[in-house]
Design a protein around this ligand. Sequence first.
Ligand code: THU
Length: 156
Amino acid sequence: MDKSLHIDYQEYDAIEQLSAADRQLMQAAIEATDGAYAPYSHFHVGAALRLKDGSVVRGANQENAAYPSGLCAERTAIFAASAGRPEMRDYEALAIVGRNAAGQLCEASPCGACRQVLLEYEQQQGHPMRILCHLAGGRVRVLPSVASLMPFAFDF
Ligand code: THU
């Protein structure tokens, strides 16, 4: 039997078109790129996670000479939030943005490993975590949930 998957999502031409809360979250992700330690790829990724109480936890990619030991911005943010504020392990939205070696903001979308990690927190909290991806030219893609990005995910 043939089956298919479908994702509903939004795209905006500019950050200014987002709600005030989402605009602030994306702005925090942009500022978070300053925290990247990326001497190897020179690709700085910023992430900002909004918790249930409205507070924001930031993350940025951290690289290492032993390459696989580094960590993406998204996992840096959610692990910091989960470890630092376990009582607030309830995440409304995550914004991410890339900044290339020339200093220009560019597209960032969560890698497969980050999707797997984000999905587990989403499943635990029992409601969707929206994902805001900065795109080229200042556009923004808003995905309704992690699950929408990760069909047929591993679980046991
Ligand atoms: N990176 C992230 O921080 N998030 C992603 O979702 C994809 C990739 C980082 C890892 C590495 O430091 C750099 O971007 C280049 O791959």
